[in-house]
Design a protein around this ligand. Sequence first.
Ligand SMILES: [Zn+2]
Length: 462
Amino acid sequence: MKKIIISVSLSITAIAFTAILVFVILPAYYNKPAITFTVEYRAQENGSLEGNTSQNVELAKKATPVTAIPNYGYKFVKWSDGVTDNPRVDKDITMNIDVTAEFEMITKSFILKDANATSFLTKKEITLSYFDTTLPVPQRVNSVFDGWYLEKDYKTQSYNIRVSDKDGTIVIDNATLINNNSPNLYAKFSLIEEAKYNILMVYTTKVDAKFKLRPDSYQYGFGQDGIREIKYTMPEVDKQICHLLTAYLEDLLNAMFAGLVEFNVDEYFTVLPVTEDCFDYSLYSVVGYDYSLNAYNIPEISEDMLSNYQSVLTTVDLGDKDYAVLHLAAGCAHAKYGCIYWDRCIDIYKHSGNEILEWFTNPEDPAYEDSWLELLESYVHELTHTIEMQTCVLAKMPYTYHDVLSFYDSETSFKLFGNRFEHLGIAYLYLLRQMEYNGKVYGLPYDFWLGKRGEEIWESDR
Ligand SMILES: [Zn+2]
């Protein structure tokens, strides 16, 4: 009985609801005007729109496509609501839409490869747009600037795709310039006057010499006889190392001074034993005497031969395990003549000749790079001395190369016999008079490389 009553009352409710639905709600819904939304598309400056930018769209319907078109030199980035579609089609619209297309200037950053420019050193990067018309003009001593290029082939030293003329005016279509793949712009110069520098490497294959020691050398545990006899023959493996050294030094210098100075490095292996007479007995060191092998004193090397070279670097290894008895430095130099001691500069007794040859035959291997670069750097260091002494001695100017190195000692973590990469960098700046410290410029005037010597090239220092 109870169930029936419920059923009846439900039925009455259901009938009532259906009546309301059919006669009240549905007619109201279908007779009502359709729900629509406004859809507005706008564009920031530097671009425009294509399509119907102001639309009325019914609920759940879609708008017609609108395309954002950037002006020349700009690109579409996004719509203000974060949508990045372009063209944009809004679907299933359930609310008003009002969005703005955003544009951005097209730019690209280039690294300026300034080919050893001797001015214009502050900025090495530039950002270009479609609207830029000029590029900076670098200056290089003894050179004429020919323009910026997009490509350079280091092997053939040729340049492709000219970007600017010699005044820096951009001569290429900016779109082509900016959309290319090269991250670099290359400065092209031509030399006004040829600058060549010849270096002779003299490798000593035999030593048969008696050296006089400093009188108090016994204090340092080196005996009291006052004489140290050296009989040394260069091992075959060291000859191979020396031969590679010649080639690497030439490559390194030509890479460092590309376009500015052309280096030619020759080699000579002595045949006869060098005696004590071939050494300059000049420098006094803490624990002994420094004996510097001077090519000028070696009888088998003629003056004629030496006259072809502006610097002569002698390599000598005395096989001297107590190296400090005879010399303290890795090398020493006089005007034109330098001497590099293998004993000291590469810690030759810590490494076998085969190990060192391994470094040199694998120059690309980063595990060895520091080691062979350290040896090469010793040569660049002494070469720099032979160069500065040729000019300083003649012009009675003070030597400043070591001063310049000591600036770095005090200003940075660099130490004189520390980081070889930095050391090479300092030699470069010094040899091109680009070393600046406390408002003063240091280094050798470029005229040196044009063969000038003596006082006149130091004018600017007086
Ligand atoms: Zn030095």
